[in-house]
Ligand binder design. Structure first.
Ligand code: ADP
Ligand code: MG
Length: 273
């Protein structure tokens, strides 16, 4: 894209995507949903977390982001929803440079990106319904529409009938389902999950992973950051490893555990897992 095109785009408000994969602007249709171009980020001088990260994520992908604690998984996700800004390089969301969005376009970015955290981040004194509805209330949607959309979202996460319960009385697995409903109720194009299974036991972790798979099957792009190896090898899928500040694609279909006789498909040695 030329500088002129870029400036012209930036002078227009960012257009919201109302439904994943459908009503997006025409010029965004043939662009990757996300591109990292030589992204640098550090919190302390001389200690870069991301150093020249390049990455392309296509619309509709399900991508695991992995790497050991401190490798920059949360940083990478925070840059996407503009909780942090890059030091150098660019992150393009549907062709738009996230750092250059005007202030009045940021709500549209946030609307198009749903985020799920390890610690759920629910207001435990609010009802399940209120925790999910807040996403739409800040957008000023009419209450009838909010009620029906929240009902749909709760159904998608298997919590039909629980809307009136205080969030704090739900189990951990149920609370994470509420957080997933909150992330998807606005029908974002992209869902980010930062260690969403980190506080859950293994069976619940699998259930939550399954939920994200269903969300992805319905057309939403999912970036799932985890260092839980047991989730990574359930099936072949795209796996990006953060290693020394760079994002490295690891071929799919690879066995992460050395539990078969055939050693051909081991991870390359030196991977920081
Ligand atoms: P991960 O999610 O893979 O565990 P993070 O992105 O949280 O990694 O952190 C990457 C590095 O950046 C770590 O060394 C961490 O201490 C540092 N870091 C993250 N956030 C901040 C911050 N707000 N201020 C200072 N250092 C930070
Ligand atoms: Mg993290």
């Amino acid at each position: 894209m030329s500088q002129m095109d870029d400036d012209e785009n930036m002078s227009k408000p960012f257009r919201p995507l109302l439904r994943a994969g459908t009503r997006y602007s025409r010029d965004a249709a043939d662009r990757p949903i996300l591109m990292f171009e030589d992204v640098y980020k550090s919190y302390r001088p001389g200690v870069p977390v991301l150093r020249g990260t390049n990455l392309i994520i296509e619309r509709g992908e399900f991508v695991f982001i992995t790497g050991p604690s401190g490798s920059g998984k949360s940083t990478l996700l925070r840059l996407l929803y503009r909780a942090d800004m890059v030091d150098q390089g660019r992150i393009l969301f549907l062709g738009r440079d996230i750092a250059r969005l005007r202030d009045d376009s940021v709500p549209f970015l946030r609307r198009n990106i749903g985020v799920v955290f390890q610690d759920f981040k629910l207001v435990t004194s609010w009802s399940v319904f209120e925790n999910v509805a807040i996403t739409l209330e800040v957008l000023g949607l009419p209450s009838r529409l909010i009620r029906s959309r929240v009902g749909e979202a709760l159904e998608r996460v298997g919590l039909t009938g629980r809307g009136g319960d205080p969030a704090g009385v739900l189990s951990g697995g149920e609370q994470q389902r509420v957080a997933v409903a909150r992330a998807i109720v606005g029908e974002p194009a992209l869902v980010l999950a930062d260690e969403p299974t980190g506080n859950l036991d293994p069976q619940l972790a699998l259930d939550i992973l399954g939920l994200f798979e269903e969300i992805n099957d319905a057309g939403t792009t999912v970036l799932f950051a985890t260092h839980d190896r047991s989730l990574l090898d359930i099936r072949a899928r795209r796996l990006i490893v953060l290693d020394e500040g760079k994002a490295m694609d690891v071929p799919t279909g690879i066995a992460l555990h050395d539990d078969d006789e055939d050693d051909d498909d081991e991870l390359p040695s030196g991977l920081p897992l």
